[in-house]
Every structure is written in C-alpha cells, then in structure tokens.
Design a binder for this molecule. Sequence first.
Ligand SMILES: Cc1cc2nc3c(=O)[nH]c(=O)nc-3n(C[C@H](O)[C@H](O)[C@H](O)COP(=O)(O)O)c2cc1C
Length: 409
Amino acid sequence: MGDPLRTNDVAQLDGSPRRRFYSGPSLHRAAAIADLRAMAHRRMPRFVLEYLEGGAEDEAGLARDRLAYADWRFAPRQLVDVSGRTLEADLLGRSARLPLVIAPTGLNGIFRHGGDLMLAQAAAEAGIPFVQSTMSNERMEDLARIDGLRHWFQLYVFGADEVWQELLRRADACGCETLVLTTNAQIFGNREWSKRTRASRTRPSASTVLDAALHPRWMASTLLAGRGLPVFRNVLDFIPREHRGFFESAHWIREHQPSSLDWADLDRIRRRWSKPLLLKGILHPDDLRRAVDAGVDGVVLSSHGGRQLDWTIAPLDLLPQAREIVGDRLALHVAGGLRRGTDLLKALALGATAVWAGRAPLYGLCAGGTQGVRRALDILHKEALDAMGLLGAASLADLSDGSLLQRMR
Ligand SMILES: Cc1cc2nc3c(=O)[nH]c(=O)nc-3n(C[C@H](O)[C@H](O)[C@H](O)COP(=O)(O)O)c2cc1C
C-alpha cells in the first residue's frame, strides 16, 4: 500500500516532474521520514519489512491511523512574534525537549544488532523518553547504563504472576521511571503478510533465506554483527530452555499471555508499582473513565500501530473527546501514524500531552543505526518547530487554541 497521505500529485503534470524519495547511502540527504523509509526498504529483506510495516488482516486500522491526520487542516495566524517558540514540555513531571516519546517495539535487534541501545541512545541525546518493550533484545539493566536516558518499561503480562512481579522489580531496581502496561495485545494480532513470508514455527522458508542473503548490508549489521538471529534477552530466563530458539521463543510467550487480563490485574500491578503508570491500548470512552478511577497516571490511546484488532478507530479520532473526559486528571498520550512534525502539532492541538512514534524512528534505525534514529528525531523536531512558527503559535498553550485547526469532513 502506498502512503495514503501522499497529496503532492497536484504538483505534477502527467507525472512530470517525476517525484522520488531519496534512498541512497547518505543520511543527511534524507529530507523527510519518507526518505528514511525508502532507505529502509532498500536495505531490509522482505520478512523484516513485513514485520516492520505490517498491520492486522485488511490493514484498515493501519491506514486509519494515518488518514485520521488528514481530516484536520490548519488555519494559520499571521504577524505573530514566534521567535521564542519552543516545544519543550512537561512529561510526567520532568521536562522533555519536545512532547515526543519513542514507542516500545519488540524485536528491534532484527533491524540491526543492538537496535534497542541505538534507539535509546538517540532518545537520550534528543531529550525524550524511550520505552523499552518486554520483547526487547537487550536486558533492561544494560539500557539503563545509557547516560541521561529517560527509561520507561513496557510490560506484556505473560506466564505466572511471578514473571511480571520480577520484571517490575528489575525495572524499578535499574531506574526505569515509568511503567507502561499494554492492554490490547494479550491475543496476538492476525498479521497475515508476516505469516506468509515464513514457513514454520521453527524455521524460515527457503525464499526468506534466499532473500536475506540478497541483502548483504542487513546480513552484516544484523546477523554477522550479532552472530545469528537476535534473542529475547530481556525475558529469556522465563522461557523454558527447549523453547529458546528465535522463532519458538516468540511463539511460546504469545501462547502464555493470559486472555483473562482485566482491571483487577491492573489493580494488582498498580499496588506493586509506585512510580508513574500508563495504560497503553485504550480506544473507548468508558475505558478512559475506568482508567481515571483505577489510579493510573495516564493513558496512551493506541491501536498498536494497526497490528492487533483491525478496523478500529484511530487514536486521533478519540482524542478530542478523550481530553474532555479526563480533563487534567490524566496525561493523555497518543500513538499511531506519526510521520511528520505537522502530525505532532495536530495531536497536541487536539489535546494530546505527547505523541509516541513507533515506525518513524525504526525507519531511521534501519537506514543508519544510531545516526539514522538521530536523523529521524531531528527531522521531526525541525519540521514541528518550523510548522509551529508558520502556524503562528508562540507556545504550546497557543497551539491548543481551538481556532488553529479545522475538521474537513
Ligand atoms: C515493529 C513493531 C513492534 C511493536 N512492538 C510493540 C511492543 O512490543 N509493545 C507495545 O506495546 N507496542 C508495540 N508496537 C506498537 C507501538 O508501540 C506503537 O503503538 C505503534 O507503532 C504506533 O504506530 P506508528 O508505528 O504508526 O508510530 C509495535 C509496533 C511496531 C511497528
């Protein structure tokens, strides 16, 4: 599927001048996240791209995450002194250079050996939080050593209670400042494209092996650098020895995620974790009300990047109503579809406290490791700051002035 938000066809006459994204080797020539994405597509084998890009079933939720942004247009103000504008924001009691968070994504080692370390390093330098997934390929204790990192930990509940209790204990001990409980992935989403590129539970298909061999840069930076496929190091100790192979361990964890997870479990988790706690995966107004009563510090509106239940509304669709419901009682974060600085501004204008980016920094990671993630974050920051000025917003408070955005439907 092409990018559903590409709207620049109007600038061409019968396809001329031909427009193309940059996909060469030099990161500083990437002008937009779309260029980093094109670079990633050139470098990654197909099964990695299916994992990165794919959504569930018909991918209608995935598309909606992006299209929801297109429903909103700016009505900019003029002759406003915007010379002192800043995107600096308070995120859960600490200042961030911009209200952007690197979302938790599992299996980052498949994009590049040490992927989590690279994402976390770039986040620390950019002054924004990084959320480490339960399905990370690094131990959280190793990430915690990164200087200046705002380290948040995302929990998937699996196995016996002792597992999440031990993960919480470790997260607290190594200095994670926030716990994120993902609520919408206890049953694994039906990602058919990803399934089609693999042969069995234990082995890749012959065509996948061949395709991988045809991508030498990926082979070198992932397989050779890591001496084989990545391992779910963060949780390996909880997986029985005979199931620790790459493909098998992921299956084993999925099969041990209880679909009984409910608000009573959240209550037990809340009582064990005294630092900030966010619920990730909320898309219904009644769940927002329950979240307020449950004593969490915030929610992340999210469809899991369109990878779990298909045909959901987008986080942005619920955002204005969500802000009305929670008022200033909860931090209101949104995740899904962010590819531009203007996307960030739209979400902030509609009431978001912060926006989480999943695929955008991953495109940077695939394109060029730590430098690539830095490039992705720089692009987003600069785009957002420039657009904020063009919009005539001198501060984040100005952004939330309802008159700057108009709904087009
Ligand atoms: C490759 C990939 C892996 C993901 N893994 C996780 C995960 O382990 N835990 C989680 O809570 N969300 C996971 N997500 C969802 C992201 O945290 C986030 O909600 C989503 O990517 C946001 O949409 P975006 O990619 O359009 O920014 C994953 C998303 C992707 C693309």
